[in-house]
Design a protein around this ligand. Sequence first.
Ligand code: ADP
Ligand code: ZN
Ligand code: ZN
Length: 745
Amino acid sequence: MFAEVAFPISSFQSFTYRIPRNLTNSIQIGSRVIAILGKRSVQGVIISLNTQSNYKGDMKSISSLVDDNPVLTAELWELILWMSNYYVAPIGQVMKTVMPNRLSMQYSPPKNWYAKPTNVLNEIDIEVLMKRGPKQYEILKEIRKTTGICRIASLKSPSSNLLSICRILEGKGFIKLYKQTSLPDVTGFSFDPIHKEIIFNQDQVKAINKISLALNKKKYVPFLIHGVTSSGKTEIYIESVRQVIAQGRTAIILLPEISLTPQIAGRFKAVFGDTVALWHSKLSQSARAWIWKRICAGYFKVVIGARSAIFTPLKDLGLIVVDEEQENSYKQDSRDPRYHARDVSLMRGKIHNAVVVLGSATPSLESYYNHIQGKFKYIHLPKRYGGAKYPSVHIVDLIKESEETKIYGSLFSKILLDKIADRIEKKEQVILLHNRRGFAPVLRCMDCGEVEMCPNCNVTLTYHRKESYLRCHFCNHIEKQIPSSCKECQSVNVQLAGAGTQKVEYQLNQQFPNTSIERLDLDTAKSGVNITNVLQKFFDRKIDILLGTQMIAKGLDFANATLVGIINGDTGLYIPDFRAGERVFQLIYQSAGRSGRGHIPGEVIVQTYNPQNPVIQCATQLNLRKYYDICLNERKALDYPPFSWMIRLEISGKNKNAVERATEILKKKLGNPPKGIGFLGPAFCYREKLYNQYRMQIVIKSQKRKDPNGYKLHQYCKNIINNRDSLKLKGNVRLIVDVNPVSLL
Ligand code: ADP
Ligand code: ZN
Ligand code: ZN
């Protein structure tokens, strides 16, 4: 027997191996195997089995099988094949994303050594020990101090041979040693369970009925729930999950942002208890391996997690919920396959005959358009739950404000300061959004205008005050020495410009010295515990002002937060990307939605230098339809998604000339596109260099009118991509294929 094996490499080639006798019965398509590739042992996946082979060379045998029993379900294998085809990525790479090597049924939680003092401790013996074996004595003292049992590895003693010293102590009868399994900590990333009496309103009942009808049919049905902020979408998800579990099936809930996990997990755990597993980026490796193994074994009914949770091997999957479906974090942007978890959810739902619910207060333009086209069943929730009112929104024109006050560049307008003071006085809470972290985003020469750039990336370095360094937010390059003069003109007149969350926090503390203020951004959210603590404290009303980046803009539910302030509504407005406006709109609209969710009406202050801009106008009027109409018209005029399919081809590499040459060859290979297909570029990307790689791109669009399924575009690109060799990519020059890109930067 022969097997074709795909490896996680950038080539589409697969390799033929002989199957050793002892494995013939256990190997299947989709099995993970170890085989020699070149000179290394590499993990790959079987993509086909054959009784004959035409291969003439010296054929190697498969070395071993990774899993005793097949771990890949037929459904996941089908999903892998689809992803490989759709995202034009080699199967080996897709396999690695769906089922990373480190996840294995063979994982067992580590066993550790523990010690307990024996009951019969003779004080005289201990004194002798103190004199004769001071090291042993110190360790014994520590073990005796611990209540209960003591993990050897956690002893503070500096000795390197702790265990052997403990063995001596055991030999002398002072302690008893034993080995015990320590289960990885998988809890701790959730609020205390949030119990609530639930009475559904009419809109919710209608929504639930529609979903439950679909669930009962056990067919694939995609829904778009478009419900204004605080309309009770999460309660609808919970009820739908209850129903699917009652059918003996399981559910996956995708959340776009780690900061949403604790609260939503708290709400789910209150209902479903320990049948809920969390799957997110802050899990330790062992916790991840442990949870995965238990999912395979069927312990959990519900998995709540980030985009990769869509690959968890739940059996009998009946429901997938994609909350805040418009979020870009669902797209894997940093490596192949560049998949979008929303699209993968729809396909996985199709394969499992499951219901897929996409939910949002601000649907992506794509999903909104799909609903208009009748591709999704649409559920609209136009009102907030429980009669809660929409917040009232005020625009503050920062230019006018400066003219009146003669104070320039101030972070807070007078009205915002007054309103914050008022809320603090009333013991209500405030959420402030500022979508930029660090202290100051640029260090600029005031004489020649030169700004301090990252040596590896074509972006400015951000000053972080607490750590006192300049840092690149892409490659994390750090400059500890803050330059005191300009590199270009040697002027010493260099200044920090602009404001990040650290600066907002600093000035806020000066303005409101006796207030409890916490900041949540990528810098403070390093650990999962920290995120949970801050949010739980805000929920418990122990924090007055919560300041943060887009992490706190959506999904969170705090009844006592009655004021939301957006420090700079213009952030991101002028980025040269066709989705810039849509994103700013969604951010403002969602942030406003955090205000006034309980009984007390809420207010929102949006500070801006562009009060007339249509994005700012529509967002502050909370007029989604108007903005989406404007946006759809623009996209239609330019043949942008959702009116076209798009594939972005990026060429990147260390050598700028080589990148330019390769892009030129790529363009030639593409030749003249068929009718309905057009190019943007080739051109250097807006971020011309990242991680020391120069980047050029060609963006290919295909009108949906002429290419309804995107099949034409796919075929056209695939002919070239599958023939990578003909591009003669040399050295470290790479071709990246990005199907349905979310960003063209
Ligand atoms: P969304 O997810 O649409 O933003 P949520 O589900 O968070 O809205 O609902 C907003 C608030 O109203 C939450 O505190 C939620 O618990 C409450 N709520 C929603 N529906 C109900 C219901 N049927 N019974 C009781 N409380 C509800
Ligand atoms: Zn200068
Ligand atoms: Zn950098």
